[in-house]
Design a protein around this ligand. Structure first.
Ligand code: ZN
Length: 465
């Protein structure tokens, strides 16, 4: 039986509209947008709430939820990205398959509570701690997928190729669990694609060459061609760190985006994660290719990576989507507002991303957090419209952070001022998973996660090594 949901306000085509309802079919898809008075035997009334399409988080490493709070000391985890990475490797080295599942459930729970209905999980934990493949080489990927299914979030598992530590570098023991040969990567990803097709509506697969540091250009060509034959989205870390650009320059005589642009590897199915340290010429290359930039501002500011030139990027026509990346925070609205706030601080001006291509900033940032993410992950559903999967969330219009609005200012109020406490209900594929800001499995997920946290950090003394 279909269900009619009647919120006070419905977000449609960039504006909130009263007097509208959505009808959701048994298959979890939106059948129609109708007047609130439409007849139905099965009605959910949400007075005092606005209903919006769910957020899409395109770049997550779920296991890194474990290092939140563990790397905020110079004495213990150093002063830069590269020493932070040591703390991250400490966690990565210790997790058994059950713990990978438990930690992923925790990260995905928090995403759902933040209104995120789809996660792109950039997955590079492949082998046992000693580097040997599990009997099923996709065991850990499947644990992450099972975690997503347990909490009810839609997942695109971006299976990561990690072939070496870097140019003229010996294998780093901290990366032992990430390595596969090129042949193993392709065979294992092929097997995962085959198995995921059985759950085609909630589980999807993509391909993620980790970085030009970890995947040499010739291998990258082969991986990209392989992914394109299968129409799988391609994601890669690019230009997050100056040192990464310098190493690429040393090996190939070009920085990562320029190298891939000249090699003809960029395209509309390509998402460059971070793309912070890029030149105007490289911005033009990404724009010409129709590529997306996956920006992760809450992580990038936590790691001191740098600031994406989002104004120049958006003016060039490139789409930006958001990722929670290291899980320093899980809050897509914080990512959205930081994209502009960082530029305000740099340029000592306000509202830098407003009226680019005549688009208002709030709609622009909301699109980055929703439809641009869906496109980056090669998903069809991107908004509340007939035929789309009913992935949505509500906000309480009486929450202290957003109470009181005028017509037209609700979206900027939500983007720039709303606390996560205002998010009350979340549905994925028409199934209500969060009710009144609580997930049915929440207590169990938190308990299990707390146990894993204690186990992983027990041998680390007061903090990470
Ligand atoms: Zn990342």
């Amino acid at each position: 039986m279909s269900i009619l949901i009647r919120p006070e306000l419905l977000y449609l085509d960039g504006a909130f509209r009263p007097g509208r309802a959505i009808r959701i079919g048994e298959d979890g898809r939106i059948e129609a947008i109708v007047a609130s008075e439409a007849a139905s035997d099965n009605v959910i009334d949400w007075p005092g709430k606005a209903l919006l399409p769910g957020f899409v988080n395109i770049h997550s490493h779920s296991f890194q939820r474990l290092i939140r709070g563990k790397a905020e000391s110079r004495a213990l985890s150093g002063r830069d990205f590269w020493s932070w990475r040591g703390t991250m490797y400490h966690a990565a080295a210790r997790l058994d398959p059950q713990q990978v599942y438990d930690v992923a459930r925790m990260a995905f729970l928090e995403m759902l509570l933040a209104g995120t209905t789809t996660v792109g999980e950039f997955h590079y934990l492949h082998t046992a701690p000693d580097g040997r493949p599990y009997d099923d080489p996709n065991l850990l990927a499947k644990q992450v997928i099972a975690a997503a299914q347990s909490v009810g979030i839609r997942i695109v598992l971006l299976r990561c190729a990690y072939l070496r530590s870097g140019f003229r570098l010996p294998p780093d023991p901290g990366q032992t669990r990430f390595f596969e040969t090129q042949d193993a990567f392709l065979a294992n990803t092929e097997a995962l694609v085959r198995e995921a097709s059985a759950q085609a509506n909630s589980v999807h697969i993509g391909v993620a060459p980790h970085s030009i540091r970890a995947v040499p250009l010739n291998d990258l060509r082969e991986i990209a061609a392989w992914a394109r034959e299968r129409r799988l989205p391609l994601h890669m870390h690019m230009a997050e760190q100056v040192a990464e650009n310098e190493a690429c320059l040393q090996e190939y005589g070009a920085t990562p985006v320029a190298l891939l642009g000249e090699a003809g590897l960029l395209g509309p199915d390509w998402t460059a994660i971070h793309a912070i340290h890029i030149t105007p010429e490289e911005i033009a290359m990404l724009a010409d290719a129709g590529a997306t930039i996956g920006s992760c501002p809450t992580t990038e500011r936590n790691l001191g990576d740098g600031i994406l030139a989002a104004d120049a990027v958006l003016r060039s026509g490139i789409r930006i989507a958001f990722g929670s990346d290291s899980q320093a925070q899980i809050d897509p609205l914080e990512d959205a507002r930081e994209l502009d706030y960082h530029l305000r601080l740099v340029h000592q001006q306000r509202v830098m991303l407003d009226q680019i291509g005549e688009q208002g900033i709030a709609v622009r940032l909301f699109d980055c957090a929703t439809r641009n993410g869906a496109r980056s992950l090669a998903l069809p559903g991107e908004a509340l419209q007939p035929g789309a999967c009913a992935d949505l969330f509500t906000v309480d219009l009486r929450d202290v952070s957003i109470a009181g609005h005028s017509a037209g200012d609700l979206l900027p109020l939500i983007i720039f001022g709303m606390n996560r406490t205002a998010i009350r209900d979340v549905a994925v594929n028409g199934r209500l998973i969060v009710r009144d800001a609580k997930h049915a499995l929440q207590d169990d997920i938190i308990s299990r996660y707390s146990e894993v946290h204690a186990e992983v950090w027990r041998d680390a003394g007061a903090g990470p090594r």
